[in-house]
Design a protein around this ligand. Structure first.
Ligand code: F6R
Length: 607
């Protein structure tokens, strides 16, 4: 989604803003702009397209020259990507950048038009800019307070007032915004990567707080304008983590970071051979007492939850429902007081997932967040939090965040099975030790299958449609393999429970249609083989991902990837790797923008 950067200090602010916005490119955007104080005036430059388009438009002569400014990358919601719809909005008196959506912007617009204001863009953001202008009589804080009392929806805002040069004002609601604190320079940003080159220290701005930044100082005020003291956070990773480190794309770097990410997430949570998630506000007794578990998330995070369902139900014998957050939040779900809601999110800011968490809380359900971004909204609002330690994930397509979410699903399943006494402790100990072995096995597998995956990608790169099939956890994994492929290579792809094909979809299987079949589960192997034979009989070209000891494998498929023998239940931890690599290389071979696929945003902070 949109990105915000603000800078005040002694450096050239245009350079810092464009540089910071580049670090937020991963969030997805289709236009960019900046507003900078130049000789006491606010100079605005904006352009449809990429940051390079903005740079080209500014050239040498129109490049704002100053030490304080705000910048924005816009991911279009209200109004197409165009110069006029790009941010900053406003005029030379007041200029703003905005992330989020203003729900009552039409009412505000009507009111202001009746007062003589003329709107130029199709955006909701312009209504805030004009409203600030309307309310402003010399006191920025008072003006901001009045505007906050009028607008409805979600927002992170960076604001410049011409009468207060070299100052940035910032507020937020439901859309993230941090305030970076440097030496003789200060920042606002939607995310840490934008500022990590300059400082690791930042405040998390809360709702109903107003930040006021000058070169020398950061003041955070409450909604009544009273200064408040806040805890200063320090990012525990550095600039290298947000750079490509010699890899051509963030996605392939992040695929290779998975062993470390899994190790960091799992190792501290296995003590004396047994799982210990160390969850605040969730004792073992309480964990043992839940009647039902609801896993709620979006996209890839939801797919991790799907694997979680199979594993938790199998080991802990507690019913688990998995649902996409955008459905869960609006269908009046039946939630019992003795249920647990597990909310999974990499960013911790996904609007639908956050709303689902709030709904579960309102209904008195204990919420456990599995989140990667420390201090994010979902992490802060949940009753208990289990952080995944993937580090920053920059590529839009989630890979290492998925693997660590899977790891937490396993740990949760192990701990639930232990406290519910559905599996003997010595068996849990064995599973824990097998989970601890995964990073080394995954590292080896990644190196072994990378070339093969690249070759198979070259075979399927021109496909128009492609199918993934599997049973049990392999079906859950198929969903993720298929999403990965379609989002970055733009090949139409679908995932099916292998047994479901013959209920309709098999009519789409004709000569040379690629089918990626997953058959890693011993108990389901024969069944899946029958389904593979069915598609082969209709002319499909099959890439089979199966266990190392699978018989018949060569006869059944044109292409083959073998997964080392680990317990069936843990197979997804390894078998996801070839699917990610296959999607990555297909995208590269098709010349797609791997890390920033079209129309997608990394952190979906609007519904
Ligand atoms: C796909 C992808 C998305 C996210 C989804 C949820 O590769 O990354 O499907 O998984 O938008 O995002 P988070 O996990 O941040 O809530």
């Amino acid at each position: 989604m949109c990105g915000i950067v603000g800078y005040v200090g002694s450096k050239n602010s245009t350079d810092v803003l464009v540089d910071g916005l580049r670090k937020l490119e991963y969030r997805g955007y289709d236009s960019a702009g900046i507003a900078v104080f130049e000789d006491g005036r606010i100079k605005i430059e904006k352009s449809k397209g990429r940051l390079d388009d903005l740079e080209n438009k500014m050239g040498l002569y129109n490049r704002p020259n100053g030490h304080c400014g705000i910048g924005h990358t816009r991911w279009a919601t209200h109004g197409e990507p165009s110069d006029v719809n790009s941010h900053p909005h406003g005029n030379e008196r007041i200029s703003i950048v905005h992330n989020g959506i203003i729900e009552n912007y039409l009412q505000i617009k009507e009111k202001l038009e009746s007062k003589g204001y003329v709107f130029e863009s199709e955006t909701d953001t312009e209504s805030i800019a004009k409203l600030l202008d309307y309310y402003y009589h010399g006191d920025p804080i008072e003006t901001i307070r009045r505007v906050l009392g009028t607008i409805e929806g979600s927002y992170a805002l960076g604001i410049l007032f011409r009468d207060f040069p070299d100052r940035i004002f910032a507020v937020r609601k439901e859309s993230p915004l941090i305030v970076g604190v440097g030496k003789d320079e200060n920042f606002i940003a939607s995310d840490v990567p934008a500022i990590i080159k300059y400082t690791k220290d930042y405040y998390l701005l809360e709702e109903n707080e107003i930040a006021l930044l000058t070169e020398q100082e950061v003041k955070i005020l409450d909604i009544d304008g009273e200064p408040i003291q806040k805890e200063l956070h320090t990012a525990n990773w550095d600039i290298e983590a947000a750079e490509k480190g010699g890899y051509p794309h963030f996605m392939i770097k992040e695929i290779h970071e998975q062993p470390t990410a899994i190790k960091n997430t799992v190792s501290p949570r296995i003590q004396n051979g047994l799982p210990n998630l160390g969850l605040e506000n969730l004792t073992d007794e309480r964990l043992a007492s839940f009647d039902r578990i609801h896993i709620v998330a979006c996209g890839t995070a939801m797919h991790a939850g799907m694997v979680g369902k199979y594993v938790i139900e199998r080991l802990a014998r507690v019913p688990v429902e998995v649902e996409v957050a955008s459905e869960f939040r609006y269908r009046d779900p039946i939630l019992g007081k003795n249920d647990l809601a597990v909310i999974i999110s990499q960013s911790g800011e996904t609007a639908d997932t956050l709303a689902a968490l709030r709904l579960a809380k309102e209904r008195g359900v204990h919420t456990l967040a599995v989140v990667n971004v420390v201090g994010s909204s979902i992490a802060r609002e949940a009753d208990s939090v289990c952080y995944t330690w993937a580090g920053p994930e920059i590529a839009v397509a989630s890979t290492k965040a998925y693997s660590v979410q899977l790891s937490v699903m396993y740990l949760l399943a192990f701990q639930l099975a232990l406290v519910r006494k559905t599996v003997e402790p010595d068996q849990i100990q064995t599973l824990c030790s097998q989970l601890l072995d995964i990073p080394a096995q995954l590292e080896k597998l990644l190196h072994e299958v990378e070339d093969e995956c690249q070759y198979y990608a070259s075979k399927f790169q021109n496909a128009k449609d492609l199918f993934f099939i599997g049973r049990g956890v392999d079906y859950a994994l198929s969903l993720e393999g298929s999403l990965k492929l379609k989002e970055i290579s733009y090949i139409h792809s679908e995932a099916y429970a292998a047994g479901e094909l013959k209920h309709g979809t098999i009519s789409l299987i004709t000569d040379d249609i690629p089918v990626i079949a997953l058959a890693t589960q011993k108990a389901l192997y024969e069944k899946t083989i029958s389904n593979i034979k069915e598609v082969k009989a209709r002319g499909a070209k099959v890439l089979l991902v199966c266990r190392e000891d699978s018989n018949l494998a060569g006869e059944l498929s044109e292409y083959l990837i073998k997964i080392p023998l680990i317990p069936d239940i843990l197979m997804p931890m390894l078998s996801i790797a070839p699917l990610q690599l296959f999607a990555y290389y297909t995208s590269v071979l098709r010349g797609c923008d791997v890390d920033k696929p079209r129309n997608l945003a990394k952190s979906v902070t609007v519904e």
